[in-house]
Design a protein around this ligand. Structure first.
Ligand SMILES: Nc1ncnc2c1ncn2[C@@H]1O[C@H](COP(=O)(O)OP(=O)(O)O)[C@@H](O)[C@H]1O
Ligand SMILES: [Mg+2]
Length: 284
């Protein structure tokens, strides 16, 4: 297949899908927890969700959900598995696509491996309404791949000052190097009304130094023992205890004025996987 044929094939994918990278800069702020909970509640109200596990960290999606998948994106790239082999069903409407070593290896993959990968990924066309990518901490290429290739970036911030500093570092690179003009922000582990002040601080700094960037607050999740339980029990049952806290966020997620389902959402993500070369080279 020539490059032009491949691009034509990819851009034939046209079912509207929202693509959201969950990121933060700092580790341990609740990205994976939030990505799992959001996927769960979206699925519960009837939306088809594919959660991409883009982190090789300790408490990753697999562990939180008690999944033991052997196959991941790397096997797609090697031609050793198909999308159906790799997707793991968590419950109705909720599937996980394990990234495994495939995410880290992507930067080293040759063209034919990337091609095989995207030809499998594109099979998601028409099968999902939301693709949610849980990213690693930091501002490495593996993180930026998703932030740049997804339509939306959902930045998770907690009231700790270091969380705000690290979120700012991520915003700065997205704004300056990738011309992202807008991010959504989710405030996690809120204990009191004064905790929301961190967001005003982030807005202030971004307003001053990242002039054109818009920060849109989409939710506030309280600190709760339910979340560590989710990790311990490896079962979504625990999340029932925080359902009410997530419903306003789910309403935002399904509001097309806030998170847009884009006909080019999937092809854009696939082109990201095909072309992303890392911080120095960008998406060219
Ligand atoms: N709102 C919250 N309240 C209490 N604990 C939380 C909350 N959100 C996340 N946690 C806990 O914080 C820890 C880190 O969460 P995790 O989702 O793994 O973060 P990340 O993916 O950003 O590294 C986990 O033990 C998780 O249970
Ligand atoms: Mg994580």
């Amino acid at each position: 297949m020539t490059q032009a044929e491949l691009l034509r094939y990819i851009t034939k994918a046209h079912s509207p899908v929202a693509t959201i990278a969950v990121s933060s800069g700092k580790g341990g702020v609740g990205k994976t927890t939030m990505a799992v909970a959001i996927s769960n509640f979206l699925a519960e109200v009837g939306h088809r969700v594919c959660l991409i596990d883009g982190d090789l960290g300790l408490a990753n999606v697999d562990i939180m959900l008690g999944l033991s998948s052997k196959l991941n994106l790397y096997h797609l790239a090697k031609g050793e598995a198909t999308l159906d082999d790799v997707l793991v069903k968590v419950k109705d409407n909720f599937y996980v696509l394990p990234g495994g070593s495939g995410i880290r290896e992507l930067m080293n993959m040759d063209r034919s491996m990337r091609e095989r990968l995207v030809l499998e990924l594109i099979k998601l066309d028409g099968k999902v309404d939301y693709i949610i990518a849980d990213t690693a901490a930091g501002i490495s290429d593996e993180v930026l791949l998703f932030c740049v290739s997804c339509q939306d970036v959902l930045v998770v911030v907690t009231p700790e000052p270091t969380s705000v500093t690290d979120a700012y570092a991520l915003l700065k690179i997205l704004y300056k190097d990738y011309s992202k003009k807008e991010v959504k922000v989710l405030l996690n582990r809120v204990e009191g009304s004064e905790d929301t002040a961190v967001l005003s601080h982030l807005e202030l700094v971004a307003g001053k130094f990242l002039g054109g960037m818009r920060l849109i607050k989409v939710g506030e999740i309280p600190k709760s023992d339910v979340f560590p339980r989710l990790l311990r029990e490896q079962s979504l049952v625990a999340l029932e205890g925080v359902k009410n806290a997530f419903m306003p966020l789910v309403e935002k997620l399904v509001d097309p004025k806030v998170f847009r389902k884009d006909e080019r959402g999937l092809s854009r993500l696939a082109i990201g996987f095909l072309r992303f070369r890392g911080v120095s080279a960008g998406l060219g």
